[in-house]
Design a protein around this ligand. Structure first.
Ligand code: JCQ
Length: 237
């Protein structure tokens, strides 16, 4: 997978070397290039923003540098983290992981001139993605989050592929609690069932824990849970 990131803070992406993403790059699974948006400015001050038409607080990112930057990185799916985007889900992560070329645009200030998005959408798939109902200073940290969610899904990146199927949001339920040694810690014991070796019962216990946890913390997920996995009596409306 080829990934281009366009930002006015390229140094934000140094840490990507350290994490799994560094390994993915080393394994040739990911070809990441970070571009400084100011490379496409032409004034002595390398200006990337200006005051908003229609008034209002803050500044807006100018279209010219973005237009040239997006022309330069070629054809790919443009991903713009934004407070006005579509909520990001694990399904979206899987979709992005299946693509050949991702282009991440890191917005700052009050946003990017809308014409940049509209112009790009005339020749590229564009996805405005929200990570949640809050506002960040800019898209850089959101890109790091999306990159991690996507990269770990690339074949060969995660050692244990099974963890992809077991994890939360994969099966539509939250994951059951996990335990490791020691069996007793600060007077708290690991549930006996997990040490029974009875893998059928363990699987049922984990399923029950997942359903209880999801019902308690994420009833929205349970409401979306396919009927086929619950018999009619289970669904208390
Ligand atoms: C595109 O223009 C802007 C402007 C300002 C900040 C950002 C970064 O995204 C977020 O703040 C965000 C993403 N999900 N939830 C919040 C983008």
């Amino acid at each position: 997978m080829r990934v281009d990131v366009i930002t006015i803070f390229p140094d934000y992406f140094g840490p990507l070397e350290l994490s799994l993403i560094g390994k993915a790059r080393g394994a040739g699974l990911l070809d990441l290039t970070v571009h400084d948006l100011r490379k496409w400015t032409s004034d002595v001050h390398r200006t990337v923003d200006d005051t908003p038409y229609g008034g209002g607080p803050g500044m807006v990112m100018r279209p010219e540098p973005w237009g040239q930057a997006l022309d330069a990185v070629g054809a790919g799916t443009l991903v713009v983290p934004s407070p006005v985007g579509k909520p990001f889900t694990q399904a979206d992560a899987h979709e992005l992981a299946s693509l050949d070329h991702l282009i991440f645009a890191c917005g700052r200030y009050e946003g990017i001139d809308q014409r940049v998005i509209d112009d790009a959408a005339a020749r590229l798939p564009v996805r405005e993605i929200s990570l949640g109902d809050y506002v960040l200073f800019g898209g850089e940290v959101a890109v790091i989050v999306i990159m991690e969610a996507v990269t770990r899904l690339l074949p060969g990146v995660l050692g244990n592929a099974d963890s992809l199927t077991e994890e939360s949001h994969a099966a539509g339920l939250l994951e059951a609690p996990v335990y490791t040694k020691p069996a007793s810690w600060r007077e708290r014991d690991v549930p006996d069932i997990l040490r029974s070796g009875d893998h059928g019962r363990i699987a049922r216990w984990r399923r029950a824990q997942s359903l209880l946890r999801t019902a308690a913390r994420r009833p929205d997920m349970l409401a979306a849970y396919p009927d086929e996995f619950l018999d009619k009596t289970d669904r208390k409306t």
